[in-house]
Structures are given as C-alpha cells and as structure tokens.
Design a binder for this molecule. Structure first.
Ligand code: ADP
Length: 373
C-alpha cells in the first residue's frame, strides 16, 4: 500500500500545539513529509527553549502518523536552530526558521575537541571502511574517539563495527552511543532499517545530523570522525556546513574518474572553509595472495599526484585486499582485529598524520551560515 503525504497531514490535523491550540499543519513548523514505502519522517521546527514542552507534541505527531493505515514506522524530530542553553530570542516566527533563514553559526560540541569529516566524491570508494579504520587507528594512539555515521542515505557503520541494537536514552532526549573496539558509534542505522534508507530532504538532513551531534552523550572525545554521505551535492554541502568541522579527509581510488570526483570534494570543503587534512588513496595496489605479484587494478599513484596538484597533503595508500573487505563486511575491522597487519599499519600511519594535523592546528573554525535553496 502506498502511503500518501496528504493522509499524514490529515492525521496531523488532530495534533495541536498546547500553547495556542493551533493544529500542527497550520503552525508553519512542519518540514516536508518524507514517505518511503511504509516509513514516514518529518521534523517540527521549535525554539531550543521549547524542547521539553514540544516533546509531547512530537510524540503525538509520531503516533498520529503511525495511525495512518499502511504506515509501519514514523520518525519525527524536533529541529531547533540554536542549541539549548543559548539565549534564544523569545519565539521567532516559525516559518522563517524552518526555511533556515538567518541560521546562527554552529556551536562546538561540548567535550568534543576535533570533528573530522571523511568524505568522497562518489560512493563505493571505501570511504566508510577508511573512516572506521582511521577511527580505530586514532584509538590505537590512546585517543578517545567517536564515529558519527552521517551517511544517512546508506548507513554502514552498524555493519562495519558489528553493532546491533538500539541506543539507550540516558536522560530527556539524550541518547548514549553504542561502543565497539573502544570507539563510540552513532548511526541513523540504529534507528531505521539499514536496508531501506529513507528519503531525506534539506531540513531533515540538518535535523538528523544536529541530533546525532548534539543529543548524543559523546562524553569527552579527542576526535569525532564523521562519515559523510558520498558525493558533493547540496545535501553534502549542507551537512558540511551543519557540522563544526576541524578538517576533512578525502578518500579516492586512483583512477582518473574517481579523482575528478575527489577534486570536487576538495573544492566543496574549501568553499565551506574546512581545511583539507589530506587525501587517502584506497584500493591502490593488489598483491596476489598466491604468488605475491603486485597489480594496480585501478591504476596507482593518481591520488598522490592529485594531492600535489591540489596542494593538499597525501596521507597514504591502502591496498585492495580481500581481508579488508571481509573483515569490514563481518563487523571485525582490520585495524582492531589484526592490529599488526600491514593494512592496519597503513591505517594507523594515516591516523597519525590526521592527529598531527589536528593537534598542531590552533584553529577551530566556526561553521559558516547555512543557506537553503
Ligand atoms: P563507501 O563508503 O565509499 O561507499 P565502503 O567503505 O562501504 O565504501 O566500501 C565499499 C566496499 O569496498 C565494501 O564492501 C568494503 O568492504 C570494500 N572495501 C573498501 N576498501 C577496501 C580495500 N582497501 N580493499 C578491499 N575492499 C575494500
């Protein structure tokens, strides 16, 4: 059965704002309603000061959406453009806010020293695998590390880290990340089925990322690694802007086409004034496990040359190896389970350079203004 957004809106008509008695759809606070099969998601714009008061409305909206025939899952989030605790102006007009106009500069995440994006110009180059193993490489240096799976279109961290189950609420709306191999992990994949990613629209992307950044009890972290969605489109740009990033690492395979995409990734981060910490060449060399013969299936050295051309650091290369794929797909990442293997050493060497770039960096960049089309 196909669920229509109109039916959801109808059902939401029964949900009223306590203060004004106004029906939710008339309040101008609703985002677009995303429907994917039997799943529904949308957000409600609020002032941060209203978070507690609006929680019953959020729950009622979720229940109303779930009551529509054909809906099996409803995810409703509250979106505030100022973190709680900041002096928010008393009740601005909601429609202006939900359109993202005049969004404030993003705040640092309390307790988190450095937020680093791992990005790629396109999917399938091994971005998530690299993000996971860099995180484990940083943890091997004795650092406190978290991973935020912001690849909301295809969350893969639950699988790569071998994590199942739902994060627990620790207080109010704050949830605890899950933990594997000493690394704290948060992924939208813990909330929704990984197999059927939802359709996300601009404000929802911001809402999801903001919640995963700020409503998760990360505790004290030296580095929070953010696995970005692949590509350099609007959603990626928005996400880069929504995250107080200290820097970005671009993952590419060596062939020309991938490098063109990687170049776009570098350009995107430069446009948002995020420092490029470096480029990683993934799937660079293939060494035949039987005869030891070395092959360069996708070419070799392209990313190093591209890094030089773009005046970005080259962080290293990771070979194409069955063990990396198998361990990643089994939820037993190679840097954790075979820490002395050449692959783990390659990831650790990359992690060391990332840390040097961060620890040496005295800046922490305020995020630029978010502008929605
Ligand atoms: P992305 O996040 O860029 O889409 P993934 O990290 O999910 O890419 O990797 C895509 C596939 O390639 C996965 O099956 C992963 O295990 C595999 N993979 C990634 N890096 C390597 C590598 N260096 N050698 C072998 N397989 C790899």
């Amino acid at each position: 059965m196909t669920v229509e957004a109109g039916r959801i809106l109808e059902a939401l008509g029964a949900v009223t704002l306590h203060a004004s008695g106004q029906p939710l759809p008339a309040s101008g606070r609703l985002s677009a309603i995303a429907v994917e099969g039997s799943r529904v998601a949308f957000s409600i714009a609020i002032d941060a000061t209203e978070a507690a008061a609006m929680e019953p409305v959020r729950r009622a909206a979720e229940e109303a959406a779930r009551s529509v025939p054909g809906v099996t899952q409803a995810l409703v989030t509250l979106t505030a453009d100022k973190p709680a605790g900041q002096a928010a102006p008393a009740r601005q007009s909601a429609p202006a806010r939900s359109a993202g106009a005049g969004a404030p500069r993003l705040q640092e995440i309390p307790g988190v020293k450095h937020v680093v994006a791992i990005a790629s110009g396109k999917g399938g180059v091994g971005k998530s695998t690299t993000a996971c193993n860099i995180a484990l490489g940083l943890a091997a240096l004795g650092l406190k590390v978290g991973v935020l799976d912001a690849d909301i279109y295809g969350p893969s961290m639950p699988k790569i880290f071998g994590l199942k189950g739902k994060p627990k609420v620790v207080s109010g709306r704050t949830i605890a990340p899950l933990e594997a191999y000493g690394v704290k992990v948060m992924s939208i994949g813990f909330m929704v089925d990984e197999e059927t990613p939802m359709i996300w629209r601009g404000p929802m992307v911001i809402s999801a990322i903001t919640q995963m950044l700020r409503e998760v009890a990360w505790g004290e972290l030296d580095v929070l690694i953010v696995d970005m969605p692949p590509g350099t489109g609007d959603a990626q740009l928005t996400m880069a802007q929504a995250t107080p990033l200290a820097g970005a690492v671009i993952v590419s395979t060596p062939q020309d086409l991938a490098l063109i995409d990687a170049r776009r990734g570098v350009a995107m981060f430069r446009r948002t004034e995020v420092p490029i910490l470096g480029i990683v060449e993934n799937m660079a060399t293939y060494i035949c496990p039987n005869c030891g013969h070395e092959e360069h299936i996708f070419g070799h050295g392209g990313a190093r040359a591209e890094a030089a051309r773009l005046d970005a650091p080259f962080l290293g290369e990771v070979p194409l190896d069955l063990r990396i794929r198998e361990s990643s797909d089994e939820g037993r990442p190679i840097t954790a389970v075979s820490p002395d293997s050449p692959h783990a050493l390659a990831y650790k060497a990359i992690a060391e350079q990332v840390w040097e770039a961060l620890a040496g960096a005295t800046f922490r960049r305020p995020a630029p203004l978010i502008v929605f089309e």
